[in-house]
Design a protein around this ligand. Structure first.
Ligand code: GYE
Length: 328
C-alpha cells in the first residue's frame, strides 16, 4: 500500500512539473528556429508583398518555422498574438506594429520571457529601447520630404496669387507611416503661404475607404490641385472617385497625384501619366530581417535602427521594362 501511494505521488509530481513548465515543448521534432510574426493585416498591395517576402524568406528548408498572425489592423489582436507566442515559447518575435503607442506592457512581458523582438516596417514609441532588439523599416519622414520637394518644384512657376489646394488622404492614425508622411506635408503647408489643405480625409490605407471619403468630398468641393495620398491603394480609390466625378488627373489633368509605396500597379499608372509622383516604400524586408536574426544568433551586435534605401519616380524616370520587372 505504501508503495502504491508513493507511486501515485510520483505520478502526480510528474504531471504537475510537466503542467507548470513555462516553456512548452515546440510542436515540431526538427530543430527549427521558431518565429512568431504579428502582421498588421492585408490592407494594401504593399502589405501583401511584405507578407510574401516574409513567408518566402523564413521557410522550413532554411531551418525556420514562421507562425504568422494577421491582426486585421487591430492592435488588440497583436497583443493577443504576442501573448500566444510567449506561451508557445517561440525563439523570436517579429512585430509589424499597427500604431506606435501602447506597446510598453506587452513588450515588457516578452522581455520577461527572454524572447528577442524585432520591430519591422512601422515603429513603436517606448521609452525603454531595450524592449526590442532592432527596428527595420522605411524612413517615412524622408519619403514625405521627397514628395514635398517635388511639389515645390512643380508649383514654382505658378502665378504668386494662385493657391495650391491639397486634398490629403491619411492612413491609419497613429501608424508611423501616417504620422511622418503627414508631418512632412503639414510642415510644408505651414511654410508655404500659398499652399492650403482643401481637406484631410481618413482613408485607413484602404482603397474602399478612400473611394468612399473622396466620393463624398467631391460632392461639395471640386476645387483641388493636388492629391497627396499616403499609400497606393488609397490612390486607386481616389482615382475611381475622380473618374466618377468627371475630374481629370495626372500629367494632363486638373489634379496632380502624389502616391506613396510605388508598387507595380502604381508605377504603371505613373508611366502612363495618371499618377504624377510615386514615392517608393520597399516592402521586401524578409531577407534583411533574416540577416539581422543571423547576426543576432551569432552573437554579433546589430544596429538599433535599420533604414532601407528608397527613391521617388515620375514618368520620366520609368520604362515599361522597369515596371514589368518590379517585384511588388
Ligand atoms: O505604405 C501601406 C501599408 O506601413 C509602410 O502600410 C507601411 C504602409 C504602406 O498599408 O500601403
Amino acid at each position: 500500500m505504501k508503495r502504491f501511494f508513493s507511486l501515485i505521488l510520483c505520478l502526480a509530481l510528474a504531471i504537475n512539473i510537466a503542467g507548470c513548465s513555462s516553456k512548452p515543448e515546440k510542436t515540431d521534432d526538427k530543430d527549427l528556429y521558431v518565429i512568431g510574426f504579428s502582421q498588421v493585416g492585408a490592407e494594401s498591395d504593399w502589405r501583401i508583398a511584405n507578407t510574401k517576402s516574409m513567408t518566402e524568406t523564413f521557410t522550413e528548408e532554411k531551418g525556420y518555422e514562421l507562425r504568422m498572425e494577421n491582426a486585421r489592423q487591430m492592435q488588440d489582436n497583436q497583443f493577443a498574438a504576442v501573448r500566444t507566442f510567449i506561451l508557445e515559447g517561440v525563439d523570436c518575435i517579429i512585430i509589424a506594429p499597427t500604431v506606435e503607442d501602447g506597446w510598453e506592457t506587452v513588450l515588457k512581458e516578452v522581455q520577461d520571457a527572454g524572447i528577442p523582438v524585432i520591430i519591422m516596417d512601422r515603429s513603436v514609441s517606448v521609452d525603454d529601447k531595450d524592449l526590442y532588439l532592432t527596428n527595420i523599416g522605411s524612413d517615412f519622414l524622408e519619403q514625405g520630404n521627397m514628395a514635398v520637394s517635388w511639389l515645390e518644384k512643380e508649383t514654382a512657376d505658378k502665378p504668386a496669387n494662385e493657391s495650391v489646394r491639397i486634398l490629403h488622404l491619411q492612413g491609419t492614425y497613429g501608424a508611423t507611416a501616417q504620422l511622418l508622411r503627414t508631418k512632412a506635408l503639414e510642415v510644408a503647408v505651414a511654410k508655404h503661404s500659398d499652399w492650403e489643405f482643401a481637406a484631410q480625409l481618413y482613408g485607413d490605407f484602404t482603397e474602399a475607404k478612400a473611394y468612399e471619403v473622396v466620393t463624398d468630398y467631391l460632392k461639395t468641393d471640386r476645387n483641388i490641385d493636388v492629391i497627396y495620398s499616403e499609400n497606393d491603394n488609397m490612390t486607386y480609390g481616389a482615382m475611381r472617385a475622380l473618374d466618377d466625378a468627371g475630374i481629370t488627373y495626372g500629367e494632363n489633368g486638373q489634379v496632380k497625384i502624389i502616391s506613396f509605396d510605388a508598387t507595380k500597379r502604381a508605377l504603371q499608372y505613373c508611366l502612363d501619366g495618371q499618377i504624377n509622383l510615386c514615392v517608393e516604400c520597399n516592402p521586401l524586408h524578409g531577407p534583411k530581417v533574416e540577416d539581422l536574426i543571423t547576426k543576432y544568433r551569432n552573437g554579433e551586435t546589430i544596429p538599433k535602427h535599420v533604414y532601407v534605401e528608397e527613391t521617388a519616380f515620375t514618368s520620366a524616370d520609368l520604362t515599361q521594362e522597369f515596371v514589368d520587372s518590379r517585384e511588388y
